[in-house]
Design a protein around this ligand. Structure first.
Ligand SMILES: [Zn+2]
Ligand SMILES: [Zn+2]
Length: 158
């Protein structure tokens, strides 16, 4: 009976380090997988956010050598928006600028009008007049003295 107890005790004592080693392996393996996943994630993330070689190498180096400590640092230091975001924002801004350049406004009410309008649709201000030459119908500014297309004098028009 005594021998059995000692045997059982020594048996469980012998098993304890084995168990710890197994747990250690599992934790180690888990850490290794997390490390690999983190490197993959950071690689994809930083490539979508910057095209700078330095930024990419720095982020990857930080993740490879200080995997878990670097994550909060990386999240703070990484560019806020992706290259795609910046590209789309730039396109939007260019579109707005292009619109502003081509758009003119009514001299009276200052609301946007188009180059080929005879009257302001907002305030009914007469913006231009039609050339009186029957086969021309060019839109003429009031300041022009002749029609640029057919040469009819502005005196005849006005
Ligand atoms: Zn107007
Ligand atoms: Zn004309």
């Amino acid at each position: 009976m005594f021998f059995l107890q000692t045997a059982a005790l020594s048996d469980s004592q012998a098993n304890l380090p084995d168990l710890l080693i197994t747990i250690g392996y599992v934790i180690g393996l888990y850490g290794l997988i997390m490390w690999a996943v983190l490197i993959i994630w950071v690689t994809r993330d930083i490539f979508s956010r910057t095209s700078s070689i330095f930024g990419r190498l720095f982020s990857l180096g930080l993740t490879i050598f200080f995997p878990f400590f670097s994550l909060p640092v990386y999240l703070v230091l990484r560019p806020n928006d992706t290259i795609q975001d910046r590209y789309e924002r730039e396109l939007g801004r260019e579109a707005i600028l292009a619109e502003m350049k081509t758009d003119i406004s009514c001299v009276d009410c200052l609301r946007p009008i188009q180059e080929n309008w005879l009257y302001c649709p907002h305030c009914a201000k007469e913006l231009k007049k039609l050339c009186t030459s029957s086969d021309c119908k060019e839109l003429l500014h009031f300041s022009w003295s002749v029609c640029p297309t057919c040469g009819v004098s502005a005196e005849i028009i006005s």
